[in-house]
Ligand binder design. Structure first.
Ligand SMILES: [Zn+2]
Length: 378
């Protein structure tokens, strides 16, 4: 396919399913105008809706130790959400963190200052490192782009484990249109909860049994916990203006929080994976998605985004050390890691998967009006 970049945002043909109208505007931009914008209210209507939700959360939480749950990665979205939840909404969240072995020093610092200043307890789930390592290596050996599944899946599973254990009905989620209205293409990041894919890759490339790693299937948390147990996910950042720069300033000033060079860089693994592995092995630069969201929501100009994209997401001076660090930590030689980098590319469809079930579920949710924002057809 001939290279083409959207005339409005910075998404381009590295997204294999992108299409353009006669003015060179891509479908992500149209999705934003047609599906996100009409359902996104950060004015009085949003404030009113959010107040109603907060009242409900408090009501359900009476006489309970916690009224909601929040996962803290140390990134800006979850940190800012925690600030709002406690300081502005007056909620009593159970705050948890999943330690998959890759926390950057910055992330540890940011989590600690938030917890200390807010006077909260932190529930930390430490993933067994031998299992984590084997799981991550299995994904490397499989050749697919979505190497972040072992980290992501543990987070989701732990979230639902704590929610169920403490009978918490509301999950606060830092997801937001303001910085994430453009979706990652399916080829770049596949569903982290597709157990059929996870099991297939583990069976073929895993070498140890995973007895303690937390697993959760889509059936369990999307159907059983949601409809039978009545667990709701709330995204408060969508009900009020959320300007990333302002949020950062507030966190720095009030908590001594320190910013990262790029979204998701709180994990050393993700930093390597999104900054180097994905763009260099697959040509997938996640900054295009993140910056396009900022352009569409008026937080950055297209020119500023293009200037950022003209430089690599990794630091060329330190990348060799970084590469060796990742290999050493995974218990393999740099040569072995290099072999995985150079092996033929594989994708989610090269392994067993339940994509049809995910697709069907999304269609039913849309038809029933449960999921209001129509997602791009994959
Ligand atoms: Zn576009």
């Amino acid at each position: 396919m001939e290279y083409k970049i959207c005339s409005k945002c910075v998404m381009d043909t590295t997204d294999p399913n992108i299409h353009f109208d006669e003015n060179g505007v891509c479908d992500h931009c149209h999705d934003f105008e047609n599906n996100v914008k009409p359902n996104w209210h950060t004015d009085d209507k949003g404030t009113y809706e959010l107040e109603k939700i907060i009242t409900k959360i408090k009501g359900k939480g009476i006489n309970k130790e916690f009224d909601c749950i929040l996962g803290l990665s140390g990134g800006v979205d979850s940190s800012y959400l925690l600030h709002l939840a406690v300081k502005e909404f007056g909620l009593r969240p159970l705050v948890f963190h999943v330690d998959g072995g890759w926390n950057s020093e910055l992330a540890v610092h940011n989590i600690n200052v938030m917890i200390d200043k807010l006077g909260l307890d932190l529930y930390t789930e430490v993933i067994n490192w031998e299992e984590m390592k084997d799981f991550q290596l299995a994904f490397f050996k499989s050749g697919v782009p979505h190497l972040d599944i072992p980290q992501d899946h543990a987070f989701v599973a732990t979230l639902y484990y704590f929610a169920e254990k403490h009978k918490i009905k509301y999950i606060l989620n830092g997801g937001n249109f303001s910085t994430e209205c453009v979706q990652y293409p399916m080829e770049w990041f596949y569903y982290g909860t597709d157990m059929s894919q996870i099991n297939d890759i583990r069976k073929r490339f895993g070498t140890i049994s995973m007895d303690t790693y937390p697993f959760s299937s889509i059936y369990r948390h999307k159907i059983y916990l949601k409809y039978i147990k009545g667990v709701h996910v709330v995204k408060p950042l969508n009900y009020r203006p959320f300007i990333k720069e302002k949020a950062l300033k507030l966190l720095e000033k009030e908590y001594g929080w320190k910013p990262y060079p790029q979204k998701h860089f709180e994990s050393r693994f993700t930093k390597f994976y999104e900054g180097y592995w994905l763009p260099e092995r697959f040509g997938y630069d996640t900054r295009k998605v993140q910056l396009s969201s900022l352009i569409l929501t008026g937080q950055m100009t297209r020119e500023e985004a293009l200037a950022i994209l003209s430089k690599p997401a990794y630091n060329p001076e330190t990348i060799v050390d970084e590469f060796n660090y990742i290999a050493t930590k995974l218990g393999i030689s740099s040569e072995e890691l290099r072999r995985y980098f150079e092996m033929p590319k594989k994708f989610y469809w090269d392994y067993k998967n339940q994509q049809n079930i995910f697709r069907f579920g999304a269609r039913v949710m849309n038809l029933l009006g449960i999921e209001k924002v129509v997602k791009r057809k994959k």
